[in-house]
Design a protein around this ligand. Structure first.
Ligand code: ASP
Length: 606
């Protein structure tokens, strides 16, 4: 048995420099690589601080030790004691902070051998993501992932530091709660003590943070884990972390100013970037008009123009008919895009179709004239009006979408993002923060023929729109049609967007029970069901609930953007796959018959 204390490290593997020459040191770490140079063995020893070259020299070590050294392999954990020596002239490694020195080993010990790893621990690993997730502990040894987790730690500390400095109190809320109506599907946990009853895992601490406001903690925050049983994408995980906050007696401006402060502090601390405040602001309606989505990337232009007026009387029936039926014809211009090949345009058509378009009409102005499948149906006047409105120059291309307003939004947003990414459209700034505010309170759910909360059922309507809430119950107008009063209720709901990704969502909440109840009623949730689902919050609102508001930035997404990661899986230590499985611990898994029995559960095939 190794007496480990004999080999306790004096330095880490990223620490030694030329000034340490001559010092006796002990290093502990993993074998990153080895090379045998005619009798001399070189090993790169790695830990989370860096890499140091250690040298096994037959002139220093016995034959027996040299033999043992020749058996050191990838990922063995070892201790090496020796003397720091400057590397011979010409053999320095400028890529490594420790590259001027090496350690000439006089003693060493294998602390733990390793099986041959299924992939090499290096940044440009070519193993599949599944294999890396299965052996996540090896994956996390790669400097690229290590650095992301270290950065994440720094960001979390910065958020805590800032909020603490502003008088916020971190309070934990429970993980086992009742199933509440937050929009996504709950993960549920059966209760052994209360057979047939279930806890839900929190989709967010929303109701509890509101109750903390009623309890008088006027500035709350928590780095909270949120669990949602949703279909996953690259920026969604079953578990994600929010920097969850709530404030009493606070206006929208107050919440925005704290959230901006958190961002400024995080970006300064972590990336040494100075972010300007206040952030730009845009209403939901404006964002949809100009960019076709509620999380626009405003680092570049390509804004949408409404050309319905120009083409309303056109010979091109698709356009004319759409406008006649109350729809819109809208367009974006890609400057310099007239040189796109037939194949490239057809790829963009596929993108447009995926977003709901039936085809993709375009007009390109080239040296050889107009290139367009629809130009022959348009009059000269129409083409020149379009060119004028869109400011089309020679070399540009415009893409059109004709449909109801929301569908044109979906198509043009999708095209805009794809073109920007694929063709490296010039970004005019590095970090584009943007507040999107004044969302509609409700969104019509055509499948269920009812109104749902567009974002959050606890969001307060604009005071001056509350009368519309009442009017909606007695209107003769069909639900889902533009004139219905509930279509026009504005909500104190806001999102924070960074470079085209929603990174935070929040709102002013209903602190008056009667308003909250009316909203639930409008959504077809009976008083009885509301009471069952979250009666505890409704009750709390009757015991002196202060006006309150909050927000919850998503930590994973922010870190993914800060580190330029394609997927939030790269910034989470132990993520799940898109099939919501953890390949390392093989969860979810069956539980044994005894556990099922104890819980009173039976698995049945459908
Ligand atoms: N609870 C909300 C969410 O998870 C955030 C908030 O409104 O504070 O989206």
């Amino acid at each position: 048995m190794t007496d480990f204390t004999k080999f306790k490290r004096t330095h880490n593997c990223g620490q030694l420099r030329a000034e340490n020459e001559g010092e006796k040191v002990i290093l502990n770490g993993w074998v990153n690589s080895w090379r045998d140079h005619g009798g001399l063995i070189f090993i790169d020893l790695r830990d989370r601080y860096g890499i140091t070259q250690v040298v096994f020299n037959p002139e220093v070590l016995s034959e027996d030790l040299m033999k043992q050294a020749s058996k050191l392999r990838y990922e063995f954990v070892m201790a090496a004691s020796g003397t720091v020596s400057k590397r011979p002239e010409g053999q320095q490694n400028k890529e490594l902070p420790t590259g001027d020195i090496e350690v000439i080993v006089d003693k060493f010990e294998v602390l733990s051998p390793s099986k041959t790893p299924p992939f090499l621990v290096e940044d440009d690993v070519d193993a599949s993501e599944d294999l890396r997730l299965r052996y996540r502990y090896l994956d996390l040894r790669r400097p690229i992932l290590r650095d992301k987790l270290l950065l994440r730690h720094k960001a979390a500390m910065a958020a805590r530091e800032y909020l603490d400095s502003q008088g916020f109190v971190e309070i934990e809320t429970p993980m086992l709660i009742r199933s509440t109506p937050e929009g996504a599907r709950d993960y549920v946990v059966p209760s052994r003590n209360n057979r047939g009853k279930f806890f839900a895992l929190p989709q967010s601490p929303q109701l509890f943070k509101q109750i903390l406001m009623v309890a008088g903690f006027d500035k709350y925050f928590q780095l909270a884990r949120c669990l949602r049983d949703e279909d996953l994408r690259s920026d969604r995980q079953p578990e994600h972390t929010q920097i969850d906050m709530e404030m009493s007696f606070a206006s929208q401006e107050d919440v925005w100013s704290v959230a901006e402060g958190v961002m400024v502090h995080m970006f300064k601390r972590v990336l040494d970037e100075q972010i300007e405040t206040p952030f730009l602001r845009m209403s939901y309606n404006e964002a949809m008009e100009r960019f076709g989505c509620d999380k626009p990337d405003i680092r570049y232009g390509m804004e949408i123009s409404d050309v319905s007026g120009i083409v309303a009387g056109s010979e091109f029936k698709v356009f004319a008919q759409t406008v006649k039926n109350g729809g819109k014809v809208r367009a974006i211009k890609y400057e310099g895009g007239a040189s796109l090949s037939r194949k490239e345009i057809s790829e963009l058509e596929t993108v447009a179709k995926k977003a709901g378009a039936k085809g993709l009409a375009y007009i390109a102005l080239t040296d050889d004239g107009i290139r367009s499948p629809i130009a022959k149906f348009l009059s000269e006047g129409e083409i020149s009006s379009l060119s004028e409105l869109l400011k089309l120059k020679n070399g540009d291309i415009a893409f059109f979408a004709a449909d109801n307003f929301l569908n044109t939004c979906a198509v043009l947003d999708s095209l805009r993002r794809t073109i920007a990414n694929k063709y490296n459209v010039v970004m005019d700034r590095k970090w584009a923060f943007l507040w999107i505010h004044t969302f509609p309170l409700f969104e019509f759910n055509a499948d269920q023929n009812r109104y749902d909360a567009m974002h959050n059922i606890v969001t307060a309507p604009y005071e001056e729109d509350i009368h519309l809430l009442d009017e909606g119950f007695s209107t003769g107008i069909k639900p889902g049609s533009p004139g219905h009063p509930w279509e026009n209720i504005r909500a104190y709901q806001y999102d924070l967007v960074l470079n085209g990704t929603e990174i935070a969502s929040g709102g002013i909440r209903n602190h008056r029970r009667e308003i909250q109840e009316k909203i639930l009623e409008a959504m077809g949730i009976s008083r009885e069901r509301a009471d069952k689902m979250f009666g505890f919050l409704l009750e709390a609102l009757e015991y002196g609930a202060p006006p309150h508001a909050g927000i919850a930035p998503g930590l994973d997404r922010i870190i993914a953007i800060m580190t330029g990661s394609d997927s939030i899986r790269d910034v989470i230590a132990f993520p799940k796959t898109t099939a919501a499985q953890s390949l390392m611990d093989q969860s979810p898994s069956e539980i044994d018959a005894g556990q099922l029995k104890e819980l009173g559960l039976k698995i049945v095939d459908e």
